[in-house]
Design a binder for this molecule. Structure first.
Ligand code: B12
Length: 516
């Protein structure tokens, strides 16, 4: 059968959709992929016409989206409906918020889509009914009907590699024309993950709710074997010859047991020899794991700190990681000055009070320099525990003002939603700390000014009069815009992924040596 898969997110790595395409191909079907998303979420009329004419040739249309692109997914589905082809919508948005999606498509898919899509294609090919497929959801007499969930894919080693064949794969250009996506082969970094699921239970994250969905359906956190992971990385390296590093997007790379990391390190450093970046929770970072991963090629590590308030971490985020644990992890990482470290923080959180924010400032001041800080603006994703809580507490009324449409990496913009205005001054100071920290500064703020800026009377004054808070906020967003553009330019000029940091005099050149 011929199947068109359309990604509404502005993200062309789309490992989920590509995994589905690979499984469909392995089952003898023919797929075509269209990357329709863009940051604005709007498409030209010509784009719709082109997508329609390509989809017309298929017997089944699949749409993939997260929440941010759910508006575009709905518009695309409405435009494709007159073709009278079965349309199925999958991805994290229909998985966790089926009631928002079910009236739009013929079917929605909750959870993993590989087995579901192969079964759906088979049923359609043989002319059988398909509404009873496991993982499916649909609307019947105006009511939401949700089928049973199939067991989780337990052995990730058995899945085919995500489809990066670039055979029938298109993206939209600025005029709305479909153009081959093969230029992606020139990508400067490769995004890949060797696991699914997460061991943490954070209330702002979708994984905790995915665990509920999959209760009784198998192990939620699954990993490829180190051998298969490294073998896949080798294939990726061949496929993307211009790539300078891997970004392993596993939720928590360090959550693997030492023995697995040992095996990975041994195989990876022998065969792949490309620097890599990964994410880690502080409580998983140990001397041994760090040493092994640095040996394998770790050049950048992203550590989820989220808040300096232990109250907020425990009571609001359900992520009870103490500040001592964070500092211990930071101490371990700091022994490798050539490894770039990013600490991730969530700001714009209406549950945080002055005391909580001040504790975060304290923690940031105590983290060994140099380091980098990335601040994310809190979003209540529909279906998450924190979304339900914010709705119960009257902070939001529902998805419409939950902030799911926000690019939460694009800086802290308090104007997007009234609930983001709380403690504007302190949140904006934290936003200004985004970026590089040295012994003299935290991001754009000189360290010596911090006692003055966080002096109780200063905060009182700024809580009454918002001018400084607003100024700090627009300054922080301006700095972020400039930095984002600068990084794009630097990464185009230099082959070494750490060049941007080297230029700033932060780290050595070891990352590149791994390659030679
Ligand atoms: C890796 C990752 C990224 C990567 C790559 C994302 C990608 N598209 O490949 C990067 C770092 C780029 C990224 C970026 C963002 N991410 Co992200 N990311 C993840 C993470 C950790 C894993 C996703 C993944 O690859 N999973 C493995 C694959 C195999 O699973 P999958 O994508 O879910 O796909 C399966 C099913 O969903 C389903 N499916 C998917 N599509 C379809 C289509 C059809 C037709 C069918 C039938 C089934 C189906 O089948 C797939 C295979 O089994 C998740 C956490 C999570 N648990 O999902 C967050 C997550 C998806 N990200 C999230 C967000 C918010 C973002 C950003 C919007 C952040 C931002 N900038 O503001 C951006 C969006 C990027 C963009 N421009 O569109 C949220 C989404 C929440 C939501 N409700 O929307 C998540 C859930 C994390 C969270 N906070 O809870 N992300």
């Amino acid at each position: 059968m011929h199947i068109t898969l359309i990604c509404a997110d502005a993200e062309r790595w789309a490992l989920g959709m590509r995994s589905i395409s690979a499984s469909l191909k392995a089952a003898g079907h023919h797929t075509r992929m269209i990357f329709a998303g863009n940051e604005g979420g709007q498409l030209k009329q010509r784009a719709f016409e082109n997508i329609r004419s390509v989809s017309e040739q298929s017997g089944l249309i699949g749409i993939s989206s997260m929440s941010r692109a759910s508006g575009l997914a709905k518009t695309l589905i409405a435009d494709l409906r007159p073709l009278q082809k079965p349309i199925v919508w999958g991805g994290i948005h229909p998985t966790l918020f089926p009631e928002d999606c079910v009236s739009h498509a013929d079917l929605i898919c909750r959870g993993d889509g590989e087995g579901f899509m192969v079964e759906l294609a088979e049923r359609l090919t043989s002319g059988r009914s398909y509404r009873d497929i496991r993982n499916a959801g649909y609307e019947e007499n105006g009511q939401l009907a949700l089928n049973e969930i199939r067991p989780l894919i337990d052995n990730l080693d058995l899945l085919p590699m995500p489809d990066f064949a670039f055979e029938e794969e298109y993206r939209l250009d600025e005029q709305g024309n479909l153009v081959p996506n093969a230029s992606m082969r020139e990508a400067s970094s490769i995004l890949f993950m060797g696991s699914r699921g997460c061991v943490c239970n954070c209330h702002y994250c979708s994984n905790t709710r995915l665990k509920d969905l999959y209760a009784g359906k198998g192990r939620f956190t699954r990993k490829m074997s180190p051998a298969k992971f490294v073998e896949s990385a080798c294939v990726f390296r061949e496929m993307f010859p211009a790539a300078r590093y891997f970004y392993f997007t596993d939720e928590d790379f360090f959550a693997r047991p030492v023995a697995e990391i040992e095996k990975f390190s041994e195989l990876y450093s022998k065969t792949v020899k490309l620097p890599f970046e990964c994410m880690a929770s502080p409580q998983q970072i140990t001397e041994k794991k760090m040493a092994l991963l640095v040996k394998a090629g770790l050049w950048r590590i992203d550590v989820g700190v989220e808040s300096g308030s232990e109250r907020v971490k425990k009571e609001i985020f359900n992520r009870p990681v103490t500040n001592n644990t964070v500092l211990e992890a930071a101490g371990i990482i700091n022994r490798y000055p050539h490894v770039v470290v990013y600490y991730f923080l969530i700001i714009g959180n209406p549950y945080e009070q002055r005391e909580d924010l001040l504790k975060t400032v304290e923690l940031l001041r105590g983290l060994p320099a140099p380091h980098f800080l990335r601040t994310y603006s809190l979003v209540f994703f529909p279906g998450t525990h924190l979304f339900e809580r914010a709705r119960r507490d009257g902070i939001i009324s529902g998805p419409e003002n939950s902030g799911y449409e926000i690019d939460f990496m694009a800086g802290f913009d308090y104007r997007t939603h009234p609930w983001k205005k709380r403690d504007l001054y302190l949140n904006s100071l934290l936003a200004l700390m985004t970026g590089k920290s040295t012994s003299f500064r935290l991001g754009s703020l000189p360290r010596f000014l911090l006692p003055l800026l966080t002096f109780p009377r200063m905060i009182d004054l700024n809580d009454r009069c918002h001018a400084i808070g607003k100024f700090a906020n627009s300054l922080a967003r301006g700095v972020l815009r400039v930095r984002r553009k600068g990084l794009v330019v630097v990464s185009k000029i230099f082959r070494d992924p750490s060049s941007a940091y080297n230029l700033a005099g932060v780290i050595g050149k070891r990352a590149l040596r791994i390659r030679s």
